[in-house]
Design a protein around this ligand. Sequence first.
Ligand code: FAD
Ligand code: 2HG
Ligand code: ZN
Length: 509
Amino acid sequence: MLFSRQLARRPLIRAPRRWTHSPAALAGLKSVTEDDLVHFAHFLPPTSIVSTLSPSAAPSSELESFNNDWMNKYHGRSTTVLKPRTTEEVSKIVKWCNERRIGIVPQGGNTGLVGGSVPIRDELILSLSNMSKIRSFDDVSGILVADAGCVLQSLTDYLAPHNHIVPLDLGAKGSCQIGGNVSTNAGGLRLLRYGSLHGSVLGLEVVLPDGTILDQLTTLRKDNTGYDLKQLFIGAEGTLGIVTGVSILAAPAPQASNNVMLALPKFENVLPLYKETKRQLSEILSAFEFMDRTVYDLAVKHGQGRALNPEDVEGAECFVLVETSGGKREHDEQKLNSLLESLMEADVPLINTGVIATSPAQFSSLWAIREGLTEAVSKEGKAYKYDISVPLYKFQEVVDKTKNHLQEKGLLHEDAVKYVVGYGHVGDGNLHLNVVAAAYTPEIEAALEPFVYELVASYKGSISAEHGIGAMKTHALKYSKNETSIEWMKKIKALFDPNGIMNPGKVLP
Ligand code: FAD
Ligand code: 2HG
Ligand code: ZN
């Protein structure tokens, strides 16, 4: 049960395309002008301004990576990106834009998968990339306070020598920022263990749409002094303000981590396996990730790793990556080994085979397969991504029903939809349904929507488990939120941002 293969993280890829519609939310908003740039230049250095309007005319190619999303599906036409270095600079920019009705798109690492991080038209992009200082860390309480523009991986690296970890991990960690994570309420690979950011974020500093700085950057575990305003900004996707600082409770670093990739003969075994894994591993279980056969094969094909011997996994319908994180190596290994033994020796085995990592390189390599799925899919074509919460036992049904539906529409072939795959976070009830097409076309989109959303609603699920609504799902919010909820969301938006400058056209229908 050994293997060894170390995978390198690949750079995120972006390239330009164009927007086709402009929702009502942008009506009345103004474009950035040369006069605005003159104003910004009073308090921002030239290196903080990228604009095709500026006299020194930045090459338009510099704006491309800001105007296009990670999937190359959503495309803005912004003329100007500002990269403030301090909260005060953010405040001055926002105040000016509010007075002049200029729309602002806050941008972190631009790894979002719902088109929330790029403009719909030519809104100003406010990049947090120059705000990347760690403000404080207390190794007794484990509380970390950092600028919103800190890249997730850099926070992890910072905490490592202090024996702590960020209670969040995702495949985009090399590019995404903590402010973006908070603004999307990112879930990731270990939510099962560390819970959601609604629990681990202790405080926020936010620049409100009129430029006021809301300082709620507390470092208290307990604080029941009225409404917990910070919660509104967690998952608001930049529609209520700009997160500039984050106080987060880091978790103690596990003293021992193990992982194992298991091949299962059929999907029906996933849930009994999850139940048994939870029962036997209990407090040391830190991830339980599912991937179907098709997407696993794509990861292997695109060099994201080859964990299991091809002959051993013949006939396997799906795979599960299990991770343990605990305080004592021998104890954890004993528990994991006895789980694996019981699985292999069962009269009706739940698994075909498995690979247990026996070195840090193998541990990373197993994770590289799981974390590399999104990239592998993107190399095969254009992915329609449906990030949904549905009952665990419906995971395979969703994939199969979508496939059948596309087949009936005559769209399941090389030139239209090439693959329909499912993967995700079993512990969180979160399936990533990816429909991989040769190109994004109106015909495929019409076949998928509202089909997928209606299917999710029929299970009383959520149309967005962890990626948010962005520009992609504003019209579909109604499948997961009733009229009253949407009305109150609109009232909250109007209260904070009466001029509608913050990330216009996102989240709300
Ligand atoms: P961006 O993409 O820049 O922005 C996302 C949204 O937040 C936008 O609406 C933007 O306007 C807003 N925003 C950004 N920064 C701020 C700020 N400081 N203040 C206010 N608003 C702001 N997501 C998961 O939940 N789980 C995963 O496991 C996961 N894996 C991924 C793997 C890959 C390979 C990729 C490409 C993406 C993955 N994602 C995942 C999606 C994405 O990485 C997350 O949504 C992430 O939290 C976005 O962070 P970001 O800094 O890139 O934000
Ligand atoms: C993951 O879990 C991310 O890997 C991305 O949330 C999911 O690519 C996707 O659809
Ligand atoms: Zn995910």
